[in-house]
Design a protein around this ligand. Structure first.
Ligand code: SF4
Ligand code: SF4
Length: 524
């Protein structure tokens, strides 16, 4: 690492530490006004007497504040249970809203300078570190990747993974403890949507920044490769515009939050009552969003996957794919290439697809009939099981937290129901394939090593057989790292894909086989 890279890393770490320190800044005082502004009127009446000892008491950290708050609400609910009045129990989560409203002091008053001293400084440091890569000659340099503890499941990788896992658990289940971080992005939130930042706005901001900053790293690392540059700019653009800016502007216009590039079944709550109601009650634009969302997965997926394969979505558009391809790029070599992993992957990803289809059928049944149960099965229980296990734990905590341990596509490979659906189309009816010129392969294994989906690309290359796997996201890295130019991402007539090589093909045999297959396809 040269001096510029070290300076960048140093600034990044200082910014990161200041960011962590902001969690302990400020004070928390619950007042009657805070309660009135944030609780439903009936809950205010129910909780006000029990919360009296907390009123006007100043807490130095969100931890003590939230301990007392949670204990009081628990006590009130226990009272209702004893009196057999569970219909009065308070199940709404007020912790985040009350913590944020009760907060005061430096974190509120100096949020802009603190933003620049933390997140801003970390961005500048990361960019300096990344831009130093321009001093190297173009071409992929993966030197020492297995000797660096960050990228080889070493202690640094484990620390990064643990931090990501803890971050996801907190943002999903205990956002009250990071209320201070939302102050840092409040000005941005107010500028875009006119509302103060929630934990989800904070998450969206960090997510977008991660894609943009690490996207610049991708643009520099792969600056000799046009395909990598185009698809990286594509995921940066879709995340910044569709998932972040446009979605927030819709809120400013009092329209439903909507990410025009996200679709069912990845967007698993698309058909939930509250979402359908918010779309159908939002005029023409709301109806357009509804039709657009349905058209995307009924027409868009088959059409574009037929034309371009899975890559049109997973590597060019999707937010999860965008993060995996940018923030997750240093970890792509950690994907499991074993046959066992391939077997597990197929059961899991198609299992999640079946789960989401069944859940959505139950949700729609409830929506149209008003009945919440089919026999003993409650549609509300099924959707909350899916939301907890798949929507939060799998896609977030495991999906991103395990980047440094299991590679960058854990979620896409084992859990994403949309990837399973697009994969089926790609496998059976698509023009996409990776052609392999077997005669040129020197069996170095670079392609298999850097395949983030765990595909043993070399196995296909050695036989001169096309790679037509449902899981291939068309990232093109196997082709980029191949020293012999063996692999080529192509689109052509579906029937011309060489699915089973009759024998080991060498040299121009591959071209002849391809030509024969194409001729047969044309005649048919
Ligand atoms: S086979 Fe190649 S293009 Fe497909 S996912 Fe693996 S590395 Fe990416
Ligand atoms: S990277 Fe290229 S040469 Fe090396 S094993 Fe793969 S296809 Fe063969």
């Amino acid at each position: 690492m040269n001096i510029i890279q070290k300076t960048g890393l140093g600034l990044f770490l200082i910014g990161f530490l200041v960011w962590i320190a902001t969690l302990t800044m400020g004070k928390f005082t619950l007042t009657d006004q805070v309660l009135k502004d944030n609780l439903k009127p009936n809950h205010y009446e129910q909780l006000r007497p029990s919360l009296a000892p907390m009123l006007n008491k100043t807490y130095a950290t969100p931890f003590g504040f939230n301990d007392d708050l949670a204990n009081t609400i628990d006590q009130v609910n226990r009272g209702y249970k004893i009196q057999n009045q569970m219909d009065k129990a308070i199940n709404d989560s007020y912790a985040f809203a009350l913590t944020k409203a009760a907060s005061h002091g430096i974190i509120r008053e100096a949020n802009v300078p603190l933003f620049w001293a933390s997140i801003g400084l970390a961005i500048v440091g990361a960019l300096i570190n990344i831009l130093a890569g321009l001093r190297k000659l173009p071409g992929i340099k993966n030197d020492h990747i297995y000797h660096n503890s960050t990228t080889s499941r070493g202690w640094l990788g484990i620390i990064i993974g643990t931090f990501l896992i803890v971050f996801y658990v907190i943002i999903y289940f205990f956002p009250q403890y990071i209320a201070n971080w939302t102050f840092l992005v409040d000005p941005l939130s107010r500028a875009l949507s006119g509302t103060p930042a929630s934990q989800w706005f904070l998450y969206g901001t960090l997510y977008t920044l991660a894609i943009l900053v690490m996207g610049i790293r991708m643009l520099i690392k792969y600056r000799h490769n046009r395909y990598q540059q185009v698809r990286t700019v594509s995921v940066m653009f879709f995340q910044l515009s569709f998932a972040f800016i446009i979605a927030e502007i819709l809120i400013a216009l009092s329209l439903p939050y909507y990410d025009f590039k996200n679709m069912w079944p990845l967007d698993y709550d698309f058909f939930f009552e509250w979402h359908l109601d918010s779309l159908t009650s939002s005029g023409r634009l709301g109806m357009f969003m509804l039709v657009w969302g349905i058209a995307l997965f009924t027409i868009g997926v088959p059409l574009f996957t037929y034309l371009y394969g899975k890559r049109w979505y997973c590597s060019w558009v999707c937010g999860c794919g965008g993060l995996a391809e940018t923030l997750g790029d240093p970890y792509r070599q950690l994907s499991d290439k074993s046959l066992k992993a391939w077997q597990v992957e197929r059961y899991m990803v198609h299992g999640v697809l079946v789960f989401v289809v069944v859940m959505t059928a139950l949700v729609l049944y409830t929506y149209f009939t008003g009945q919440s149960n089919i026999g003993p099965i409650s549609s509300y229980s099924v959707r909350s099981i899916y939301g907890f296990w798949i929507g939060a734990l799998f896609s977030g905590v495991v999906g991103v937290g395990f980047y440094p341990l299991m590679g960058n596509r854990v979620w896409c490979r084992y859990g994403c129901p949309l990837a399973a659906y697009i994969g089926i189309v790609q496998r059976f009816k698509s023009r996409f394939r990776i052609t392999t010129n077997g005669g040129q392969c020197i069996s170095c294994g670079n392609c298999s090593t850097y395949c983030e989906m765990g595909i043993d690309v070399r196995w296909y290359a050695q036989r001169g057989q096309d790679v037509v796997r449902a899981s291939c996201v068309g990232c093109g890295i196997c082709s980029a790292v191949c020293p012999r130019g063996v692999l080529n991402l192509e689109n052509a007539a579906p029937g011309s894909r060489v699915l089973i090589a009759p024998e080991v093909l060498t040299g121009n045999d591959m071209l002849r086989e391809n030509h024969k297959a194409r001729m047969t396809d044309t005649q048919n």
